[in-house]
Design a protein around this ligand. Structure first.
Ligand code: SF4
Length: 283
């Protein structure tokens, strides 16, 4: 299964991907930073299209979404690769390498989602790895899922350019967006940028249900003053946006000890000064 990518341009013997703010310039036969998009003889191919590494029927609260069809299930699908480089990645076995996969076409995924309706399934969640680097698969699947009267949910780091996001949003019913910290320096440590994520949150809120997750990672996102600025900013967008404050445990390259449960609760209480719905996770 292959599909030509959307959002790229050719220059001499390289292509430049315009999907996300990494703007990778890719020479022939190589992939971009996310591993999912390859220059094949001057054409950018969405190589992870239809390549599924994980498929499970999960409670919607696990995405996490707490105020979107509570108590229901969602068929959750993942592929491989990511456009960030978080050293504490919880899913590094599929996000940081070309993990083993099986093929699943959009109509097959939509059919599976419809079959699971009897088990309380409301649709499909694109999750586990970063779904937006597999943009074309999400777009193609979302159309098929919507045609069956089901919901589309994106669980994303929000690192995408505004034009492709605008094309996708009409097909999306709910998003959980990771706001990993609230400083340029913090995002630099993760190989990303804060500004495009804020723009994604703002754009998404005007189209679909949005919840935000911040993992409290020691040394990156555990600064009280910064978290308060994050919560105040989120409230300036909409004080009804649910914020999930989640507890870090050591993973991948990051060995710092787990965040104190009491500290997660304390930060959540402080965030409630700005936001109406603050939830804790992994506690
Ligand atoms: S989507 Fe992938 S290839 Fe495209 S700019 Fe982002 S990281 Fe690079």
């Amino acid at each position: 299964m292959t599909r030509t990518a959307l959002y790229w341009e050719k220059s001499d013997d390289t292509v430049q991907c315009l999907l996300c703010p990494q703007y990778c310039v890719i020479v022939d036969s190589k992939t971009g930073r996310c591993l999912a998009r390859r220059n094949r003889r001057g054409v950018l191919i969405a190589e992870s299209w239809g390549q599924v590494t994980a498929l499970a029927l999960d409670p919607i609260e696990k995405k996490p979404l707490r105020r979107f069809y509570p108590g229901r299930m969602i068929l959750s699908v993942g592929s491989y690769g990511c456009n960030l480089r978080c050293p504490f990645c919880q899913n590094h076995d599929i996000s940081m390498k070309r993990a083993d996969s099986r093929e699943l076409a959009p109509d097959e995924l939509a059919a599976l989602a419809a079959e699971a309706a009897g088990e309380g399934n409301i649709g499909v969640a694109y999750t586990y790895n970063e779904p937006l680097i597999g943009y074309e698969y999400v777009l193609d699947c979302a159309k098929q899922v919507r045609a069956r009267g089901l919901k589309n949910v994106l669980v994303t780091n929000g690192t995408i350019n505004s034009e492709p996001l605008a094309e996708l949003l009409p097909w999306i019913d709910a998003m959980n967006i990771d706001l990993k910290c609230f400083s340029d320096e913090g995002y630099r440590q993760l190989g990303g940028l804060l500004k495009p994520v804020k723009e994604t949150v703002r754009a998404a809120v005007s189209h679909c249900h949005v919840e935000v997750t911040t993992l409290i990672v020691p040394g990156i996102s555990d600064i009280e003053s910064e978290l308060m600025v994050l919560a105040a900013w989120l409230a300036s967008v909409d004080e009804n946006i649910p914020l999930h404050i989640s507890r870090y445990t050591p993973r991948y390259l990051y060995a710092k000890p787990s965040t104190d449960v009491a500290e997660v609760y304390r930060l959540a209480d402080l965030a409630r000064r700005h936001l109406r719905h603050v939830f804790t996770g992994n506690c």
